[in-house]
Design a protein around this ligand. Sequence first.
Ligand code: UD1
Length: 334
Amino acid sequence: MKTVLVTGGAGYIGSHVVQQLTRRGDRVVVLDNLSTGFRDAVVGAELIVGNVGDMALVTRVLTDWQVDAVMHFAAHTVVPDSVTDPLRYYGNNTCNTRNLLAACAEVGVDKFIFSSTAAVYGITAEGIADEDTPTAPINPYGTSKLMSETMLRDHCATGAMRHVILRYFNVAGCDPTGRIGHSTPNATLLVKVACEHAVGKRECLSIFGTDYDTPDGTGIRDFIHVEDLAAAHLNALDHLRQDGESLVLNCGYGHGYSVRQVIESVQRAAARPLTVVELPRRKGDIPHLIACSDRLQQRLGWAPRYDDLDVIVATALQWEETLLRREAPLTSAA
Ligand code: UD1
């Protein structure tokens, strides 16, 4: 039976993909260094703890498990950190991807699904991007991913491999069954941070920038539920296993919400007001970005199931409450 190697499969998005794969009966092996991932987030698959850049280890795993396809999630993903420490991002995101590709080439793995990002587009004219929109990232995170895309495309052009590059817009929400979720420590993503505040883990929520040229002055993003994003990876795997051609695809819903609209949704879900502090713009942020994701639907037959901000937020808040219960000190029964 063929096996999928999922790098970063103990992390937020990777773990949701692994769960969907194993639930439908696919054979999966996960490689994760647990720097931000969690052992118990890996559902139904074996976890190998190690680094994606370790070519000897990766080559061994690819061979031992008879891997035919790789899904590559392992990466640093915090935009503001990439601005202050760009070399760490180029090292982990770009150089390690190069080593992973070299290991695949050595063993003959010919299918690759890559986690890219909307951050490759930078600031677009209308705040909308389709896959042909010119790429012009404005932060090292976006550049580190774009460089990996370029390497991957050049490698595939030799005929050694086919790829699906998935450019994620703003991923949020958690497994609605509550089994896994978004546990990343020191999270910076808006929905996660707002839900942490709603359950009392943070004293307040900051809005970074209220002077953008948007209807309410705050940034606008296209929030996609992690379960819908995960499903796109399964569609991409099926496409490549059926000899489909290489593709670059946006992953979003094609409409967006402002930071203030997200805060209102969290307040509705939590049934309490949040304490909000208005701060200046965050370095590396773009004002407004929405996906044109028609190609994902047309080429892979992808159909979103959770395109509703309140549903996204409700599942994120439910997971935050679960984490809070797990972290609560045990009290002895009287
Ligand atoms: C970006 C990428 C996304 C990537 C992510 C990884 C784009 C469009 N999206 O997300 O693909 O996965 O980086 O980090 O490039 N905000 C606040 N207060 C907070 C947190 C965020 O006001 O506490 C605001 C931000 O200023 C921004 C919006 O919320 O306007 C979304 O920010 P965030 O959730 O961090 O994601 P992006 O940086 O957009």
